[in-house]
Design a binder for this molecule. Sequence first.
Ligand SMILES: Cc1cc2nc3c(=O)[nH]c(=O)nc-3n(C[C@H](O)[C@H](O)[C@H](O)COP(=O)(O)OP(=O)(O)OC[C@H]3O[C@@H](n4cnc5c(N)ncnc54)[C@H](O)[C@@H]3O)c2cc1C
Ligand SMILES: *[C@@H]1O[C@H](CO)[C@@H](O)[C@H](O)[C@H]1NC(C)=O
Ligand SMILES: *[C@@H]1O[C@H](CO)[C@@H](O)[C@H](O)[C@H]1NC(C)=O
Ligand SMILES: *[C@@H]1O[C@H](CO)[C@@H](O)[C@H](O)[C@H]1NC(C)=O
Ligand SMILES: *[C@@H]1O[C@H](CO)[C@@H](O)[C@H](O)[C@H]1NC(C)=O
Ligand SMILES: *[C@@H]1O[C@H](CO)[C@@H](O)[C@H](O)[C@H]1NC(C)=O
Ligand SMILES: *[C@@H]1O[C@H](CO)[C@@H](O)[C@H](O)[C@H]1NC(C)=O
Ligand SMILES: *[C@@H]1O[C@H](CO)[C@@H](O)[C@H](O)[C@H]1NC(C)=O
Length: 862
Amino acid sequence: MKLSSFAGRVFGSVLYVASTALAQDFATHGMYTEPNTRITFYTSYQQDGPITGGGEFSMTSVGGFTFGMALPPSAATTDYYDYIGLVIGSTPNKKGWTGVLHGDQGAGMPNHLMILAWPTGNGNEIATSFRYSPCFCAKTNCTNSSYQLPVIYQGSAKLTKIYTNVNDTHWTMVYKCSRCLIFDDPSQSEFNASTSAGQFGAGWAQSVTSPVNPPDPNSDFSQHDNGQGSYRIIVSSATQESYSKWESMTATAAPPSSTTTPPTTTTLPVSGVPVPTQTSYDYVVIGGGAAGIPIADKLSESGKSVLLIEKGVASSARWGGTYRPESGWLDGHNLTWFDIPGECNRIWNGGSAGVACTDTDQMAGCVLGGGAAVNAGLWWKANPSDWDYNFPAGWKARDMQGATDRVFSRIPGTDHPSLDGKLYVQSGFDTLRTGLEKAKWKSVTANNVPGEKNRTYAHTPYMSANGERGGPMATYLVTASKRKNFQLWLNTSVERINRVGGHAVNLDVSPTINGGRVGTVKLTPVTGRVILAAGAFGTPKLLFRSGIGPKDMLDVVASSSDSKVMINSASWINLPVGQGLNDHLNTDTVISHPNVSYYDWVEAWNTPIEQDKVNYLTKRIGPLTQAAPNIGPMMWEEIKGPDGIVRQFQWTSRVEGSMGEPNGNTMTLSLYLGRGSVSRGRTSINKGLNMLVSTIPYGDPNDLAAAAAAIDSMVKTLNTIPNITWVHPTANLTGAEYLKTLPLDYANVGSRRSNHWMGTAKLGTDSGLKGGTSVVDTNTKVYGTDNIFVVDASIWPGMPSTNPSGLIVVAAEHAAELIQRLPLNTALPKGAKCGGADYGGSQVCRDPFVCKVVSKSLSTCA
Ligand SMILES: Cc1cc2nc3c(=O)[nH]c(=O)nc-3n(C[C@H](O)[C@H](O)[C@H](O)COP(=O)(O)OP(=O)(O)OC[C@H]3O[C@@H](n4cnc5c(N)ncnc54)[C@H](O)[C@@H]3O)c2cc1C
Ligand SMILES: *[C@@H]1O[C@H](CO)[C@@H](O)[C@H](O)[C@H]1NC(C)=O
Ligand SMILES: *[C@@H]1O[C@H](CO)[C@@H](O)[C@H](O)[C@H]1NC(C)=O
Ligand SMILES: *[C@@H]1O[C@H](CO)[C@@H](O)[C@H](O)[C@H]1NC(C)=O
Ligand SMILES: *[C@@H]1O[C@H](CO)[C@@H](O)[C@H](O)[C@H]1NC(C)=O
Ligand SMILES: *[C@@H]1O[C@H](CO)[C@@H](O)[C@H](O)[C@H]1NC(C)=O
Ligand SMILES: *[C@@H]1O[C@H](CO)[C@@H](O)[C@H](O)[C@H]1NC(C)=O
Ligand SMILES: *[C@@H]1O[C@H](CO)[C@@H](O)[C@H](O)[C@H]1NC(C)=O
């Protein structure tokens, strides 16, 4: 669920220097030899001082800002595109980010390359990201300020770190910037800074707020609020005779004749433990998340060898996790933040380093347990319509009953998680209930009547057990790990699946931290199978890297660092991977009421209220057994859109301000659009092999019309509560008018997403090989392959009523049965059919024969 009150609106909703003439110079300049690298820079220094106004236009910056540049002597006469740079950024309160803008004659934000950089929170590590604000008008006349939101830059610029250092107030980075003084994003017209002109413009901006997800270079971040400005680089001052020597320095090289401490490197190679060469596996499951853990357990029940590979670290203490608060209150306890329901918000409040995935632009958990380790633990039995409406035969509610019963017998969940059976911090629930009762909405125990989702409300059920997070890590993984035929590798990323035709043979793996595995993992010859359970972004990424996906995406991989190892284009399997991207469209609303009181969940990380802490540690009772921040009531309504399709809405209430409203008496009511939504988006891979939401899956007019009606209905329902104030929307706005005020664009995705990404490898009968929309068949097998399966959020054809993790575990239970029921591949004799249109059988030929294409409709073993 979405629990972040972080405004997703980003850097640059205003122009920061709209100058098109020669950039103005507001900096103090000098020369500086950086002591660790001995590189001499021409510096531009922005004064340290309190900010003025809101900080967007302040010329002073808390902590100051320094930029240094070194150029080769030739740059003065011939335009040069590289430089060596120095940034000293400010992080007052250990938070913030810094932006460096590469200008030409001007230094306005539109169409100029920016480096955004910030400490990741991991030692001296700095995250860097190239961005720019596209401008849809002629470059030189870029005065249109209606669209200046930064996007990821796709040009050829490259940054190599030479030295980084982070202390409590500042960070320093020395780096080589290749092709940074030329702007060549392929979607824009190319130009360069012209060093031979003698001088050119540059700019800066800083924020005192950290990006949403500091370990992720592609993270969202809020607009700068710690100053901005422009200055000029005088080329004759920046050129240095020693440039060529410095240019060859790498992060690991010792600084020439350094007398100070050696530079701290951020690019130490990770050392891996070699994969055993003699072993092969009947099943390899990729990704130890909500789906991967249960399916690995179920497949291992039969005695077949099962290897579960997870790229993240251990999370729950039970599996060796170690993330505990700095203040030490959990030291010595068999608990980490992943085990305590009340700490789940940590992912949004400084806890994402080493936990959130760093290879997507959205929030996801990349630790053991995946989303089921970091989420709020809301745990739902599917509304039967979620299967009946979205899924094909074999996946209808009736078909799913057995799997549902098995899952809920192991993880029943509870709406009274405190072991004394009491509910805590209920001021929000109690306040809204009075309005719901008056309007005759029905109070239900949601998982007893999962189909009652129209004008009903409930206390929140969680997957927790014994006052701890529970879920797949505390059930399925426990039984799996007791079996000799089951193995779990942590800290190991699967890079690609190697195939012969449509048959997976082995997988390349690499360590994510020291101690992970490196090498090639073999599948059992002929009968081995691989299950992708790497999540809605991780699974399409792996498919792309394994040559399965739309041609445009495979071309990107072929031009990336994977070029030498990617499967030959003759063996690519073209399927619409990434194209059914879906999520619950979120719309936040805010009310306030004098009876509502805030509980400080953020403070509860390091310094929980003493009594609540003691109660939790000794008895597993009190507020910390419930997910932050006081979630509930959960409310549902079904509304028919103008197109006649009934749409399911879920309201998630919580005691927390958002949309700029302070905590205190405020509640945020988040509206999710679920089953029946027709909008779909797309996820893409870029050359850096990171996944992006390239088309947001929201905005169909019928979807929005239904959402508008849902807002009107809730406003009316709650207006009967004495002394309630609707803060957003204000009383003078209808739902439709309110929705118009909330941007539906990439820059605002942070406030419109629900982190329930699904649909990127859709399950269905309309094979993508024949122009349909589906990537996997009803046995979850990837079309065109004989042993590659997808079992995770990616297979969803349409959104469910509720948060999805419970349904994902049920799908894994069901898929385990279907997959095991499928006959194993056999090695086919000479002359046998092994491929062609509509062929779904084994593609393996008996040695020494190979499967050869005869025609479009026939391949045979020859
Ligand atoms: C902050 C947040 C809060 C949420 N709150 C709720 C909630 O309260 N209730 C609810 O029902 N849902 C919630 N969700 C959604 C839910 O957690 C996800 O939908 C669900 O976990 C998705 O399951 P999955 O198995 O598809 O993927 P994941 O659970 O994301 O698991 C994928 C796993 O694969 C691993 N992986 C990825 N690539 C590789 C690779 N190449 N090699 C090896 N391993 C790899 C990842 O590290 C990860 O562990 C929330 C999600 C987030 C992010
Ligand atoms: C920019 O604007 C000026 C004056 O308005 C105009 O003369 C010029 O042609 C414009 N340039 C481009 C590239 O549109
Ligand atoms: C600015 O550009 C946007 C995007 O192309 C366009 O929709 C808008 O009309 C433009 N505004 C002006 C004032 O030119
Ligand atoms: C932190 O780093 C900055 C920039 O190098 C430096 O000016 C400052 O003195 C350092 N602070 C401490 C406490 O070392
Ligand atoms: C930690 O807790 C888990 C779950 O309750 C338990 O299985 C495990 O034995 C405990 N470990 C230790 C060292 O107490
Ligand atoms: C939901 O309930 C309301 C009130 O009973 C009813 O008017 C409406 O038709 C129901 N919605 C659907 C889609 O059945
Ligand atoms: C509404 O607020 C007023 C004071 O602002 C208070 O006197 C009154 O009791 C409140 N009404 C209810 C029903 O809470
Ligand atoms: C609606 O009301 C708010 C204050 O409650 C006010 O700021 C805003 O201007 C009003 N908008 C319209 C369109 O009347």
